[in-house]
Write a protein that binds this ligand. Sequence first.
Ligand code: SAM
Length: 473
Amino acid sequence: MAAPMIQNANVQCRKYLLYFANHHVDFRISELVALAEMFGINLSKESLKHHNKECPFLKLTLPSETEAKQLASRSVLIRSVIELWGHGNTHEDLYEDLRKSKDAIVPYLSRPSSFKIVVDGFNRSLPHKYKIQMIEKLIDGALPFEGKIDLKNPDEIYYLLEDYGKQSKNATADPEHVYFGRWITDGNRGEIQNQHITKRSFIGNTSMESSLSLLMANLSKVQKNMLVIDPFVGTGSILVPCAYHHAYVMGTDINYLLLHAKAKPSRSNQKARAANESIRNNLADYGLESYYCDIMVADASKHAMWRPMEIFDAVITDPPYGIREGARKVGKEDSVSLTEEQKVDHIPQKIDYDLSNIFNDLLNFAFKFLRLGGRLTYWFPVHRADYKEENIPHHPCMRLVTNCEQVMNTRISRRLITMEKCQPYREDQCLASHTNVDHYLNASFREMYFKVTENPQKSSKSDRNSQTNTKPP
Ligand SMILES: C[S@@+](CC[C@H](N)C(=O)[O-])C[C@H]1O[C@@H](n2cnc3c(N)ncnc32)[C@H](O)[C@@H]1O
C-alpha cells in the first residue's frame, strides 16, 4: 500500500471535478474514501461533507493528475475526471472565473494541438444547436484557443458541463451551475459491462450484478495478492472482481447441488445445467483461473473446520435473506443418534437459520479469521419503516466504516455495510457480535418482505419482484 500523501503548502494542488454516473448515488463518497485510503491519497473532508447526493459533480483538490488517475482507475461510480479551470452560477460567472485562472490555461490556449469541447447537461438533454452556441460564446468570451478543432482524434478534450439540478422540469430555466475544464481520464465503468453476469455461463437467481460486486471489492480495498473469502458464495459473482484485482479467492456454500451444477438452471431457456458450469470456469473465461483457490460445500454457521488463524484480507458476501426459501444451516430438530456406519454417507439434517444469527455468525467469523485492518463487506436487508442505525449488527472489535442504502422498493432496502477489524483476535471476544435492536424479532424478514399493506392489487411492480440481484430496483 502506498504511504499516505499529505497535502501541504509546498505542494501545488490542483482542482479537479469528479463527474459521477447517476447510479448508486448513496455509495459515491464511501467508494471514493476507500480508494483514496487504498492509494494513500489525502482527501479534504470539507469537500466530501458538502457533497449533495442529487448532484453528480464533486469539486476536489488533489496534488496532481496522478492521484486523479489512480482514483478513477478503480472507481465504478466516477464517469470522468476533469481538471477544473472554472465554474460559476451562470455562463458569465464561468467566463469571469476562467479569466482569473489564466496561468493554468494560457499554455493550452497557445498550443497548436487540436481539441474538442464536449457540452453535457445534467437533468436536461441539450439540443445540438444550443451546444454549438455555447461553445462559440465560450471561445469568444474567455478561451481563444489557437489549435484546430478535431472531433475525431483531438489532442485535448474539454468539458463544458451544465447542472440543471431541480430546474430540470422547467424547460426554459437556466442551469444552476456551470463548469469548464480539461478531461483527464474516465472511471472504470467499462468493467461493469465486461463483467456483466449475462456474459457468464454459471449464474443463479441471486447472482450479484457486476457494478455492485465491483463496488464491494472497492469498499473492501481488495488488491493484488490478497486472500478473499465469500462464505455465502453461490455462483461466485462477488469473487470475479476480486480476482480481476489479482486477489486470490475462495468461498463456501451450503448448497451442494448449486456448486455441482446440478441445481435448477436460472435461465428460462435452459433445461438443465451444463456440467462445466462452475465458479472456476467463470474465472477461467476471464483469464483469472490462477486466482481461484477453492470453493467448498460448507455451512457458514460452523467455524470449527477453520484453523484459528487471521488469514483473510477481506470477507465479502451477500448472505441469504430467506426470501426465496428460508435460510438453512446444519442442525437437528429431533435428536437422532447415528451408528458409526450410518455417519459415513449421512447427509446432515438442516434447520432454519434466522437472520440475526446469520449476521452474528458472519461478524464473529470475520473477527476470528480476518487479519487486523482487514475488511468485511456485506449486505444487510432492512424494512425501511422500522430501520434504525442500531439495527446494524456490531462487534466490539469490528469498526463500522460505511453504511449505504440501496432501495429495493417502497418498503424494503438493503444496506451495504463495511467493517474493519480494529482489534487482534481474542478468544473471549470470539462470540461477541450482536444486533442491538433486533428488528427481525417479531416477524421474519421474509414475512415483512411479502407483507402487502392494504390492497395486494395496489402493490407496485417492484414490490412484487422477488429479491433477485439480477433485477435491480
Ligand atoms: C444471496 S445468495 C449469494 C449469491 C452469490 N452472491 C452469487 O453471486 O451467486 C446466498 C447463498 O448462501 C447460501 N447459503 C444459505 N445458507 C447457508 C449456510 N448456512 N452456509 C453457507 N451458505 C449458505 C445459499 O445457498 C446461497 O447460494
